[in-house]
Design a protein around this ligand. Structure first.
Ligand SMILES: Nc1ncnc2c1ncn2[C@@H]1O[C@H](COP(=O)(O)OP(=O)(O)O)[C@@H](O)[C@H]1O
Ligand SMILES: [Mg+2]
Length: 246
């Protein structure tokens, strides 16, 4: 299962990504990618933050730079997923992309090529969870082909519903077949219905406002450890998506 989780900032992308990733990682070898510049997947998983890839400027220049004359379009990155990731659960590894660095020259090419190679390398794993910012354009068609499903996290707010519409359009453009909404922080049935009426996406699961997650956030504890309900919901999400795309 290769799944991308996206949505507006603050809706619960990293919370859901961490729970889904942990659910898979406790069973199988998998890779989780924090692709949101506002990186917080490591803290949601309750592990140390891996060094953000975009800060590895020497490594990027070395592998993807133009020192030899030509820019390396497909830099060698096989070792990087191991060396720049942190382990979690039974068999998971987390890699963090980090915010764009641009560097002094302003040319992003080596950095972009490096990241694209790294994501493609990660997608060679059987199981991948990507925590992504709302703008998914940078997924690109090549990568989108490898993604089995995309889950858009929506909370009870017009802004997050609007973002979900934009993401759905982008997902259709780049050719992601299976896109779902995950309703989060919903307080009651009528709120869920109100959101549902405004979304064209199928809803994979509806999850309430969870006090365990809220206190975990306040105490700086992983929501995955703190909330059994979140773990159970992540399992349901995985089961539903797997059943749906098969
Ligand atoms: N179902 C929920 N109930 C209560 N708090 C939640 C829930 N889901 C997420 N949160 C809290 O909302 C905040 C944003 O969640 P986060 O996963 O970091 O969002 P994102 O990654 O989309 O920016 C965090 O403080 C998190 O603990
Ligand atoms: Mg996040």
């Amino acid at each position: 299962m290769k799944v991308a989780i996206t949505g507006k900032g603050g809706v619960g992308k990293s919370t859901l990504s961490a729970a889904v990733a942990r659910e898979i990682a406790d069973e199988r070898r998998m890779i989780a990618i924090d692709g949101d510049p506002d990186m917080n997947l490591a803290s949601a998983l309750g592990i140390d933050q891996p060094d953000p890839i975009t800060q590895e400027t020497d490594l990027i220049e070395d592998r993807a730079g133009s020192s030899g004359g030509l820019i390396q379009l497909r830099p060698e990155v096989t070792d990087v997923l191991e060396s720049k990731s942190v382990a979690f659960g039974e068999r998971g590894r987390l890699v963090t992309i980090g915010p764009p660095e641009a560097g002094g020259t302003g040319c992003m090419c080596p950095e972009n090529n490096f990241i694209r190679s790294l994501v493609n390398q990660a997608l060679d794993y059987e199981d991948v969870v990507m925590d992504m910012e709302a703008g998914i354009e940078h997924l690109g068609r090549g990568t989108a082909d490898d993604v089995d499903a995309m889950i858009v996290v929506v909370e009870p707010s017009q802004a997050s519903i609007e973002t979900a519409h934009q993401i759905q359009t982008l997902a259709d453009d780049i050719g992601i077949d299976a896109t779902y909404a995950f309703l989060n922080k919903v307080r009651d049935e009528s709120e869920a219905e109100l959101i549902e009426d405004q979304l064209a996406l199928p809803i994979v699961e509806t999850f309430g406002y969870d006090d365990d997650i809220a206190s975990a956030g306040l105490e700086g504890v992983s929501p995955v450890e703190a909330s059994p309900a979140l773990r159970a919901t992540a399992r349901d999400v995985l089961d539903s998506v797997v059943a749906d795309i098969e």
